[in-house]
Design a binder for this molecule. Structure first.
Ligand SMILES: [Zn+2]
Length: 273
């Protein structure tokens, strides 16, 4: 089994002491590739630097809507420079968060649009965050004609998911689906995601699956728990986990062009004439 964790916040302080062990546990669990999420310019730089240490690590470059208020004239040029590296496989995470509202809505929209335009300019997919921002979020994507993107950590309702699928987006499923209080609806909804649009992610260190036994130390989630999420999805779909592993891995490789983005692959690739 070869899984891709499309979203892990491995630059988070909680991984500082033992990230090497975290990676090796993930590899042993069948997680073949991990995309390290960038949430600010500085964290995106860290994610890129870290991704350079292994062939199976990649990074995103973006600013989370929580941090939109800190963006300025340098933000997009800095993200553009980071994204020039082949290890940066997506722009994000970017989007709208009208749940926590850490940044004013106009700031969130301004920098979401700017990052979406950067993704379109560079031909890179978007790693999208949306929380309580439907339908505004989908309206913006539609107006910009964004279709190469994943709605990461989807936790919304049917209407919202349908809007994303209509735009051609991929849907990222986390351990939220294992939450018997908040995630039950996802057990139904996941059946409506086309096989070529489903992606899996841990969003580590957040969203530790609630039904994981025993619960990890300090309840820290990590990529090694991705097979647990896979199994929950497989049960919900009534299909073999191996099939879903193969499909979601293929989907991740397609959306993020992972075959072309590894440092070894890039080195072996013949130079264009
Ligand atoms: Zn997010």
């Amino acid at each position: 089994m070869q899984l891709v964790d499309i979203g892990a916040n491995l630059t988070h302080a909680s991984f500082q002491a033992d990230v090497a062990e975290v990676i090796s546990r993930a590899r042993q669990a069948g997680v073949a590739q991990i995309i390290v999420t960038g949430t600010t310019v500085a964290e995106s730089q860290k994610a890129l630097d870290f991704s350079k240490t292994s062939d199976f690590l990649f990074a995103t470059a973006g600013v989370h809507p929580h941090h939109a208020r800190d963006c300025g004239p340098d933000t997009i040029p800095q993200l553009r420079a980071l994204a020039a590296h082949p290890k940066v496989v997506a722009i994000g995470e970017c989007g709208l968060d009208f749940n926590r509202n850490y940044s004013p809505h106009p700031d969130q929209e301004k920098w979401f649009v700017a990052q979406a335009q950067l993704g379109l300019e560079l031909g890179k997919p978007l790693f999208l965050h949306s929380r309580d921002a439907h339908p505004r979020f989908a309206e913006i994507l539609k107006s910009l004609r964004v279709e190469n993107a994943v709605a990461h950590c989807f936790t919304g309702e049917r209407e919202e998911m349908k809007a994303y699928l209509d735009l051609g987006l991929y849907i990222g499923i986390t351990g939220w689906i294992c939450d018997e209080r908040r995630g039950r609806h996802l057990l139904e909804l996941v059946r409506e995601i086309p096989r070529d649009r489903l992606l899996l992610e841990t969003d580590a260190p957040y969203l530790t699956p609630r039904d994981l036994k025993p619960q990890p130390k300090a309840r820290r989630n990590e990529p090694a728990f991705l097979p647990h999420i896979l199994k929950a999805v497989a049960r919900a779909l009534g299909r073999p986990a191996e099939e879903i592993a193969a499909e979601t891995t293929r989907n991740a490789e397609t959306l993020f062009s992972l075959h072309e983005s590894g440092s070894s692959a890039a080195a072996q690739r013949p130079l264009a004439a």
